[in-house]
Ligand binder design. Structure first.
Ligand code: ADP
Ligand code: MG
Length: 252
């Protein structure tokens, strides 16, 4: 059945930085329509794993397979066009442009390819994409600010803007690296609510989190990464009760 389709398969991936092995034989399968969380202490290799999935880093050994297609030769923008969008740990937005422009640009990049489109030309007079961008901004609660310069936003709003920039691409797979990192409680709660709302749309998500509390309210499955290895995997209940997991978090 469709629910058993594997959207993302990280197949026996290792990644070394010089003598440091950041990932060791990581094998991970993400099923279509699920929220799959990756948790683990600082330095466990979570961001490295995400960067391998989007093509920013190439595995030292092993492969990343998206929708049955091996991504060994793909550049990040090609992987994005195949249907993978991501929210980084540090927001990557166009600080000098308005929110509306920020949300329109990824829509053009997805449609026309990162090398073929001219952002400024694209931004003028594209009524269809403008309407879509306004809908996404409304959805995410930022429509009133659509003409503000993105650099002036609060940290929480920047993070939400980056999420809007992903959502307009209608990705098959959305990867989020610590979407609530550095947020105040109010912004964290708003982000969790937002993630719950978009969960209902069936888009497959991989969410990397340091904060277990965030993950337990969202995830269908959890993989626990420690020192570059997956040490546990299962439902939130299974992971919560795993002695190995408690141990991995004790050293913090
Ligand atoms: P996490 O996101 O779980 O906190 P990271 O994936 O950022 O962990 O880092 C895992 C390990 O790899 C850390 O020891 C980190 O210092 C190291 N590392 C990450 N990126 C690089 C890099 N580009 N060059 C060298 N070492 C790196
Ligand atoms: Mg990280």
């Amino acid at each position: 059945t469709a629910s058993e389709n594997i959207v993302l398969h990280v197949a026996d991936v290792s990644k070394s930085f010089g003598g440091l092995k950041a990932l060791s034989d990581v094998d991970l399968q993400v099923r279509e329509g699920t929220v799959h969380a990756i948790i683990g202490p600082n330095g466990a290799g979570k961001s490295t794993l995400l960067n391998v999935c989007i093509g920013r880093l190439k595995p030292t050994t092993g492969h990343v397979v998206f929708n049955g297609q091996t991504l060994d030769q793909h550049q990040p923008h090609e992987i994005n066009q195949l249907g993978v969008s991501r929210v980084f740990q540090t927001p990557e937005i166009f600080a000098d442009l308005t929110l509306l422009d920020n949300v329109m640009i990824p829509a053009f990049a997805k449609r026309d390819g990162a090398y073929r489109f001219n952002a400024m030309a694209a931004l003028s007079g594209q009524a269809d994409i403008r309407t879509e961008a306004e809908e996404v901004l409304q959805d995410i609660g930022l429509l009133e600010k659509s003409n503000q310069i993105a650099g002036s936003l609060s940290r929480g709003d920047k993070r939400r803007l980056e999420m809007a920039m992903c959502l307009i691409q209608k990705p098959k797979l959305l990867l989020l690296d610590e979407p609530t990192a550095g947020m105040a409680r109010h912004d964290t709660n708003m982000t969790i609510e937002l993630l719950k709302r978009i969960k209902k749309r069936g888009m497959t998500k991989v969410i990397i989190e340091h904060d277990m509390h965030v993950v337990f309210s969202l995830a269908d499955r959890i993989s626990v990464l420690a020192q570059g290895r997956i040490i546990a995997e299962g439902t939130p209940e299974e992971v919560r009760n795993s002695p190995k997991v408690k141990e991995a978090y004790l050293g913090e």
